[in-house]
Design a protein around this ligand. Structure first.
Ligand SMILES: Cc1cc2nc3c(=O)[nH]c(=O)nc-3n(C[C@H](O)[C@H](O)[C@H](O)COP(=O)(O)OP(=O)(O)OC[C@H]3O[C@@H](n4cnc5c(N)ncnc54)[C@H](O)[C@@H]3O)c2cc1C
Length: 383
């Protein structure tokens, strides 16, 4: 039948953003199908590795603060709906010189939104956090309203709750083409075609391949996470060791990490660091961690901590999807009618996944959103 549709909304990609979109649509009773090329919670994309930082005094811009607040509440709603623990509040410690982006940015956001925080000078840092190696010239910015999310559990919880609310999920199913259309966009899965009133495209690093019109807006880079063994694991437990970001003045050496989740190791990632930048094609899969990754980690861990074996116990590869300005792509594009794009979530998007899912659900159902997303306009690079 020429007028038939398969669902009101199709969500392509059920990683961080797609799984939350599926949940927010199903929660409204929308007839929705989610399509994922692997199984939700997999480790081939950008949403694996046990932990993701959530912080409120946002270093990347004060305009993110209301979105973090909304996201935080939605994470708690998803915990309630799924019965799973997803967000642990540990506080966050930013360490850097007074003029570094990790101090200047959070201070500006905290002041703009009247958030609670504490500034620590070098001596206060040394006595409160002896886990860190020489802190000469560094100060600390501490906020309580921060912690970490469990990425794999967050994805699978959202998909499970969405299914329970009536969403259909096609997993291990790759969409091979998306055909934009103002009223009847379609997705192709091999020789099969599904039609909807609206399609949300949440394919992370695969976006530039699936919708070539977006290729100039996006690069995909490899990043590696490492796990390290401290001599005294209790000192790195969440009670004594909040999630952290540690940077030099230029921001060229920025590492971040988490308290020990397993009572034995702590996880560290290099956000910026000389030698780590490598463009990849997600379709080729993650390039596994190697000796050069271990070597960079050893240097970073040795100079940052006291009493931590700098040789990684294990490492995992992951990917950042980056726009030219490092801010997200959220919303429709005039040359891709019938679609909402979710992409470019970079190294800091996970914490927002719950609110991005809500925003995408609003776009899919009403064509607009009440949440502040001007900064993420997919047309902003057109000129
Ligand atoms: C090492 C690392 C550390 C990070 N740390 C933080 C942090 O501490 N805090 C934070 O907030 N953010 C962090 N981030 C960023 C955050 O994890 C990502 O921004 C976020 O996970 C991106 O989600 P996504 O849904 O866009 O992509 P993904 O989760 O990769 O989802 C895309 C999905 O689409 C599917 N897909 C692709 N193509 C198709 C197709 N053709 N058909 C069907 N399905 C398809 C993929 O299989 C995948 O499941 C980090 C990222 C990395 C890599």
């Amino acid at each position: 039948m020429i007028n038939s549709i398969d669902a009101d909304v199709i969500v392509v990609g059920l990683g961080a953003m797609g799984s939350q979109t599926l949940w927010r649509l199903a929660e409204r009773g929308v007839d929705v199908i989610g399509i994922e090329q692997f199984a939700p919670g997999h480790d081939h994309g950008a949403s694996h590795g046990e932990s993701r930082i959530i912080r409120s005094a946002y270093a990347e811009g004060a305009s993110y603060v209301p979105l973090v607040k909304e996201a935080w509440q939605l994470w708690r709603d998803l915990e309630h709906a799924s019965g799973r623990a997803l967000l642990e509040q540990t506080g966050a410690l930013m360490l850097g010189p007074a003029d570094s982006p990790v101090i200047v940015g959070p201070l500006a956001s905290a002041r703009a939104w009247d958030l609670k925080y504490k500034v620590l000078d070098t001596e206060e840092l040394r006595s409160a956090f002896p886990q860190y190696a020489p802190l000469d010239g560094l100060m600390g910015f501490y906020e309580e309203d921060a912690g970490y999310l469990r990425p794999e559990a967050s994805v699978t919880a959202a998909v499970e709750v969405a299914r329970a609310r009536g969403a259909e999920v096609l997993q291990d199913t790759a969409v091979t083409e998306i055909l934009p259309d103002p009223g009847r966009p379609r997705v192709r899965i091999g020789d099969r075609e599904l039609t909807a009133r609206h399609v949300v495209v949440a394919v992370g690093g695969w976006l530039r391949r699936l919708l070539p019109a977006t290729a100039p807006l996006m690069t995909v880079e490899r990043r590696v996470m490492g796990w390290f063994r401290p001599a005294d694991p209790a000192a790195f437990g969440a009670q004594h060791f909040p999630v952290f970001v540690h940077s030099d003045a230029s921001g060229d050496h920025n590492l971040y990490g988490f308290p020990s989740l397993d009572g034995e190791t702590l996880k560290v990632g290099l956000h910026t660091w000389p030698g780590i930048y490598e463009t990849i094609d997600p379709a080729a899969g993650h390039r596994p961690p190697d000796a050069a990754d271990a070597q960079r980690f050893a240097e970073a861990v040795h100079r940052t901590f006291v009493g931590v074996d700098p040789q990684p116990v294990r490492m995992e590869s992951c990917m950042y999807s980056l726009t030219p300005d490092r801010h997200f792509l959220v919303g429709p594009r005039r040359d891709l009618p019938g679609l909402t794009l979710l992409g470019g979530f970079s190294g800091h998007g996970f914490k927002f996944a719950s609110v991005i899912g809500e925003i995408a659900a609003q776009f899919a159902v009403t064509g607009k959103t009440g949440l502040p997303v001007d900064k993420f306009d997919p047309h902003r690079f057109d000129s």
